[in-house]
Design a protein around this ligand. Sequence first.
Ligand code: UDP
Length: 468
Amino acid sequence: MAGAGGGADGRRARVALFPLPFQGHISPMLQLAGALRARGLAVTVLHTAFNAPDPARHPGLAFVAVPDAIPEAAAAATNGIAKILALNAAMEASGRVRAALASLMAAAEGEGEPWLACLVIDSTLTAAQKAAAGLGLPTLVLHTGSAACFRLFRSYDMLHHKGYLPSTESNLHMPIKELPPLQVRDLFDPSKLPNKEIGQKILNLATETTTNSSGAILSTFEALEPHELGMIRDELAPKGVPPFAVGPLHKLATAASRGAETSLLDQDRSCVAWLDARAPGSVLYVSFGSVARVTQDEFVEVAWGLAGSGRPFLWVVRRGLVLGVEGKQELPDGFGAAVEGRGKVVEWAPQQEVLAHPAVGGFWTHSGWNSTVESVYEGVPMLSRPLFGDQLATGRYVADTWRLGVLLEGVLERGEIEKAIRKLMEEDEGAAMRERAKGLKEKVRTCLESSGSSQQAVDKLVDHILSL
Ligand code: UDP
């Protein structure tokens, strides 16, 4: 490795990074930024005003706001897909990303300044990649999902060609033999969206940016997805795009990190004291991440399912979780009294700290990739309730490949929820998942040791950046 983030001439290198402005994408990008900085590189994070990170929480990183990169109308769009497309369109039209990069490149000409080696973009930010290409600046692409989803999103031509898609009522349970253990019902099916073309466009973004990049950075690790990573290496090698599996990103730079610095919302730490008073392994932690929404009916079933399960639980009911309700979410009448002393509800939790807490014995998750990896890292088995996009495939992997969780499918209904919670928290099947989760927890830690696969991948990544 070239020493301390310097190029062949000994001059220090700078890397610019541009995350997609959503929690599940900002966190891994900032974590990667921290890891690159720890290897001696200078790091600048470009960001939108919408969901801007707080520079005060990242003293070692430089931040540059790219004005108007996401117009108000796009920020207000409820649908994440519409936001991503609007953001790319606005970036291309305004030329502001190009201007921000040009000014970073000009600053790098100054005496003693680091040279700008590359731009690392979220895999959806095609417009930022085009801006960099126009200035002759290479890009690397950060994929914030699993290696399995990386492969899945590149397989849509095959899925259509072989007739898996568009899905029909009769083929939903059909296994996809080219992508085991996935079934047709685990696919994000663009034809089910009101606007099919938009769905297909969004799927193509990551493939397009990867093809046009100088490298793919994956938020996963060898111990979890060895087969998928091997296939990705084979697929990308002829294209000259090296992959780097550097996860779990939230522990890459420092195992002591508790995640508060990358959270966009204030985390309510009162739940930690509440957990302190609970028996080891007794609590079910429940959170559906930062963007997923449920209907009012589903919300009520979740509440009464938790109440009926008889288990202690910590439930994140974030603002905006329930469709049609923008402010603070009211809990169903009588719910507070029914779970008195057994349940705690917060608007946003210190999730990594919660999952690391000895009182937590299970995680009911929407199978967002960051949540899944955080749970795997702490050896906590899951109750998976994927809601859309790549969550569906991740839920299937959790249940069928890693066998670390119970998959909750079909209509959400309180009786089914109670049964699933009992299976995970009380029955032999759940105990076996807990044992497997403990085993994998050990393996994850070896990936993060100094000679482990993820640290070696970061070394290679830094060497690669310096060679660009
Ligand atoms: N998170 C948190 N507090 C909460 C719920 C979630 O800090 O109460 C964090 C969690 O640790 C994870 C991220 O929000 O890093 C959610 O990312 P994920 O990919 O799981 O789901 P998304 O929000 O993108 O759907």
